[in-house]
Design a protein around this ligand. Structure first.
Ligand code: SF4
Length: 328
């Protein structure tokens, strides 16, 4: 599919006929195949499970948000980062997606909902760590940016410092979202082992250096786990940690998943409110992702994870459990 949504070389009337035939012999415009679509949730969000030509399964999410719509894309068919709250991480590393496979997710979801380009946001927040597939993601950004402004595109990372530094060098930079999830190094190491490689303090220093265009801010993502990182004192500590960053905190109450350790629970609405209030009282700007995707297993890897755990159950007699991970 080309940038205008044309799905055959034959339809590209701006290209000479012989050239179209030559392109059709050498290249394919096929989109990845959708094998499952969830029913739309009450907020209209919908999740797509795709199968790639080598059998890998990846997910994308359609998320209407008022006048605008966001499409969440996967950048890898798995993830080696191993966040302990993430289903994708639980199922382990997968290969990097090619630009055509990322653009293919985007166009499939966009076409089904007939959304005009000017009303779209794109977030790389699905399966995989986009900054560990930097080259392909950068090419995908270049293609998307022919039709969508960089300020409408967000890269979400677990905090890969060299990748953030590469992103900072791009001439047309997307927005940056960074998954922090704990206000101190010890707890962040427990749930995000990548912290051992890229310590929290170094990451925050790196974010302080990240160049932001006028009027833009970065997002600090914080998955809220009941009784673990959701105390008002944690909110205060997080606000202190990020003080001075031009950032807003996106609080994401945890999406429970049968593949995940049973102790990982979604906080009560009251605990979420208290945490948010503490952040605000300590000067942070906050948004809360309260319901989007809860009914459709929208945390990354959860839809694929359902199928995988059923397969595991079938072959081993019990569901995967224990050291499992859930998604952001
Ligand atoms: S949360 Fe993101 S970076 Fe962490 S394991 Fe899951 S997909 Fe990978």
């Amino acid at each position: 599919m080309d940038a205008r949504g044309v799905d055959s070389f034959e339809s590209m009337s701006n290209i000479p006929k012989e050239e179209r035939a030559r392109l059709a012999r050498s290249f394919s415009l096929e989109l990845p195949r959708v094998v499952e679509r969830t029913e739309p949730a009450s907020d209209g969000s919908r999740k797509y499970l795709f199968v790639l030509d080598d059998g890998n399964r990846i997910e994308a999410v359609f998320m209407p948000m008022g006048e605008r719509t966001s499409i969440c894309l996967s950048s890898q068919a798995g993830c080696a980062v191993g966040c302990t709250f993430c289903v994708t991480g639980f199922f382990g590393a997968g290969r990097n997606l090619r630009p055509s496979e990322m653009i293919g997710q985007f166009h499939t979801v966009r076409r089904e909902h007939a959304i005009p380009m000017e009303l779209l946001n794109v977030v790389f927040m699905g399966m995989g760590e986009p900054l560990l597939n930097f080259e392909n993601v950068a090419t995908t950004l270049e293609i998307l940016e022919t039709q969508i402004a960089p300020k409408r595109i967000t890269i979400s990372t677990s905090g890969i410092i060299p990748g953030i530094e590469e992103l900072a060098k791009l001439e047309r930079r997307p927005n940056l979202a960074v998954s922090i999830n704990a206000p101190d190094r010890k707890r962040r190491e427990e749930i995000m082992p990548i912290t051992r490689k890229y310590p929290l303090a170094d990451l925050i220093d790196c974010l302080r250096r990240f160049p932001l265009e006028k009027g833009r801010e970065m997002t600090i993502e914080y998955v809220l786990l009941a009784g673990y990182n959701d105390a008002p004192s944690d909110g205060a500590a997080l606000a202190r940690l990020i003080r001075g960053l031009h950032a807003k905190v996106n609080v994401i109450p945890f999406n429970e998943d049968p593949n995940l350790p049973p102790w990982m629970k979604r906080p009560t609405e009251e605990a979420i409110d208290d945490f948010v209030e503490s952040l605000v009282d300590h000067g942070a700007k906050v948004t809360v992702r309260r319901s989007k995707g809860r009914e459709i297993a929208a945390a990354c890897g959860q839809l694929r994870g359902r199928g995988e755990s059923i397969r595991r159950r079938d072959s081993s007699g019990h569901a995967a459990s224990g050291n499992s991970r859930s998604g952001v």
